[in-house]
Design a protein. Sequence first.
Lengths: 347, 279
Amino acid sequence: MVPIEVSGLRKAYPGGVLAVDDLSFSVDEGEIFGFLGPNGAGKSTTINILLGYVSPTAGSATVLGQDVSGEFAPTRERIGVLPDGYSLYDRLTAREHLEWVIRTKDAADDPDAILERVGIVDAADRRAGGFSKGMCQRLAFGMALVGDPDLLVLDEPSSGLDPTGVQELRATIQDLAADGTTVFFSSHVLSEVEAVCDRVAIMSGGRLVALDDIETLRDDLEQSSRIRLALESVPESITAELSQLPVVEAVVLEGAELRVDCHDAAAKVDVVRHVDERATVADIVSEPASMEELFNQYTGDVPVGGGSGGGGGGSGGSDESGRCGSSDATDDDGTADGRQSSTEVSV
Amino acid sequence: MSALDVARKDFLDARRSKIVWLAVTIYAGFVGFFMFIQRSQVRFHDTAREGVVSVLAGVATIGSLLIPVVALVVAYLAIAGERETGSIAFLLGLPNTRRDVVVGKFVSRSAVMVLGVIFASLVVAASLLALYPVFPVGTYLVAMGVMALYAVIYVAIAIGISASVASKARAAAAGFGVYVTLNVFTLFVSAGYLVRRLHVDVFGFAEAPMLYRFVSQLLPSEALFQITRTIDVDIAAGSLPPADAPFYVQPEFAPVVLCAWIVAPLAVGYMRFKSADLS
């Protein structure tokens, strides 16, 4: 059975916002599938459709063989969900959260074993209202693990986690995948997807801009490479001329330094030769493009200035705010209204 | 039975909320205070029993104003609050349908309110035993039972609102609007009077008293009074419909109206919640 199959998916919100446009992909059984894109690319909308929170305008989404627009609730017994921008129930303890999930899923798990696994067994009897963001994330991940689901949907799972937490999360995900669990892993941070995923889909502006295994993306990366040339003098129209070359992807001139991105490593020689004929080259630096740049290239988010190496994406879970809980279903002490619900923060 | 799992967890959550207990306690406190100051009124009635019954009818009148406020406070955030904070993603990430959520929330918040009414009823019972000459058990049970039903109606209305809107602010605004329309505005102008003005003055139809009466009694508070009038002979004099009037204005019809007030808001809320995009 195909864990996730999406075809021609489209979601338009009132006001003419097209969040997802003609999206098609499928996730294979037992793989760790990375779902990547900058904030606002349509990732969350896609996940919300896959979980039945939002209904699609057109197209279809099938999860574990069940159309999400139909009687989808029973299928969720086999899905573990770690949502993004959630809040826990402030007045319930960590153990009560798990007991509730276990009961609702008709699972036989031991709450303490799960708390142990996600590293918050010490906080089992504390109310979630006092939890840090990292503890909330651990508890939410633990709730997703209940009932040994066939499919795990993790939306920005490492947000709020410290580096140790991120490593533990990765290890757990890899263990589960080794046991046959399919993992759908969304993130706006490329490095973390790169570290665990077998295949990666990249979304931008509501569309799928790349879908490949991580190896192929790496190969692409090795082939695409950058050369930096320091010139003694800069001839006019050199950038325009270079852009004309079929092997050249992009040219940036900064002062007397020329940065040229090529389709493959062999093309660098052509670039050097071309420039050498027109100017005196003082220095040559050749470097592979980083994964971040490849990502930016796909998402049309061209890095400006900033220089070489890793782009601005950063790595690991960046923390968003100290707390994750928020008084929810009853307006306790009147504080809830003023408190912001934690939704996606832009980077 | 996912709805029961929703209810069980929600009840645990709600009963730890201070505001819920504050609201319930205020109601019980008011009732106790009323019982205390009304004890001197009994002697103005022909018999002690009539006097006590009249006081119990007064308890119902207080309830008709206070219970809606308490119930709206207890339940208006049940679903909209979870939508605003995002905990709904857990609720619906589990094998719960949206109907389970609406039904479960209704059951748990109703349980909170019924417990509140039971608590207030115990206060009434204690006052009757301590301060009053007689304890009319039948009348007491009818009055308290009707109060519980009335509380459940306003929970249903609050849940219906909560399921229909996406934010706490809108739920609060809608709840306030409903209270003013159903419980404050009608203190000054009855619904039947408005319909009569429309019916006679605007459309030029002949007077239809039974229609106006029927419309007035469609309000939950009026339907409640219909029932309390049957237990209190004194205040009932002259206000009950003639025996040959149509069945839909008779007190026996009031429970039907009250039950409709439970079903309709829940159904409307569920329909809107069912098709809502939660993001």
